[in-house]
Design a protein around this ligand. Sequence first.
Ligand code: AHR
Length: 493
Amino acid sequence: MYSTDGITRINASAAFGDMPWDRNIFGHFIEHFHTQIYGGIFDLGSPLSDENGFRMDVIEALRELRLPIMRWPGGNYVSDHHWYEAVGPSRIASYNKAWRVEEPNTFGTDEFIKWCELVGCEPYICTNGGNGTAEEMSNWVEYCNGHLKTRYAEQRRMNGSPEPFGVKFWGIGNESYGDWQIGAKTAAEWGPYVAESAKMMRAVDENIVLSAAAVPDAEWTLSLLKSAGRYLNLVSIHGYWDQIHQVEAPSDYLTAMMQTEKPARMIEETRHVIGAAGLTGKVRIAFDEWNLRGWHHPNGNSQDKIDARALNDVPTTYTMADAIFSAGFLNACLKNADIVAMANVAPSVNTRGPLFVHPQGIVRRTTFHAMKLYAEHIRERILATVTSAPALTHHGNTVSSVDALVSVDVDGATVTIINRDPEREADCAIDINGRELKGEWQGELLTAASPDDFNSIERPESVVPRTVTLIDDGGRYRVPPHSIVMLHMSATR
Ligand code: AHR
């Protein structure tokens, strides 16, 4: 468990596990909330946008992350979204009862598909499992994927897309278990509702990859899987750990670090529920909303409550805590890549996202740099990795001060080391497949002068990764405090 001699021991061995992983673990989520869509990825009036109104600087930045999949349009929003209101030549604004604001409907299915094509990512559409119906969901599948001369496929053609979009990934509902959701349902209602919706969606396109809203809770998810598990590929779970939805009071660095081991526990709990349903190997996990910090949107319709959503944009919120939490989250998914098929940072752009967008440009927040290191350097297979490190404690809570991951391919290995301690170096002994690591190794380091450093419009590159060379000192490597290190080992050396 925790080492007591101050040394961190990282042991990785293919003998204990050597598994491939799905790049959709590096996925994103974007919602019709505040400035994620309008003023985020889509801004018809901006000189930085193309003829479609897509911010091209945003697309280029997301291509840096090799964005594999984007979940859209919500989130709570989708539980009162009707897709047919946002297609075709005349777009009449709607009142969205989830977010209690006007939805212009000028960014709809056709715009989303075109945007995904420009980014080079898969679209993942979450359907309205709130006040929506099985009919509405399956008609959306026909609009996107229908190849016959039938009503909704013909509508798509009339809207300018003769060929089917071929949307592979679909979700049924968003958090329908929660009373905050428009059209929330009981566990007894949810299973049959999902079964009927899935049946109709598959009747339109039997090849879709289908998820449904779930939680690591037996009553809800076991009931869901008993009723609808045979139609599903994935169960969707969400996690926001710094719960500041109502009061914008972001946790400090050490408080945030105490949250870092909770995602792995959620994955394990969900794994057990899938196993209890007898669906291990058939149904996997889509962690399709995750972020250290909950979005800020205090309850209420008054303008001041709606305006408070701008507090999500305060740059000082997004420090090394966010980057280090996010790296640990990705480690948890990669270490469980046998059952985690997808994960989607929530959201991708603005609110709490890795990328902040303003009228004159973009800011790569600390989490952007962490996610880019993962997108660029995690190799094809994950070795089973056991880490014994000093404990990090705060206000009666304890986590390991270090989390590590070793990934390999035919060309070599990458050792990812996260040092959560805000003050102390990690003194690491590294053993890969029975060989103690020694010598000089190059890699990348993401850290900052302070754990509370951040990037902003004024200082967009205060926190950026840099190349690093680590040399062993008696077989041990020193990793700086509050940092993420990726060391690359060549197979030929
Ligand atoms: O705070 C944003 C909301 O968090 C998303 O819309 C929803 O899916 C989750 O509850």
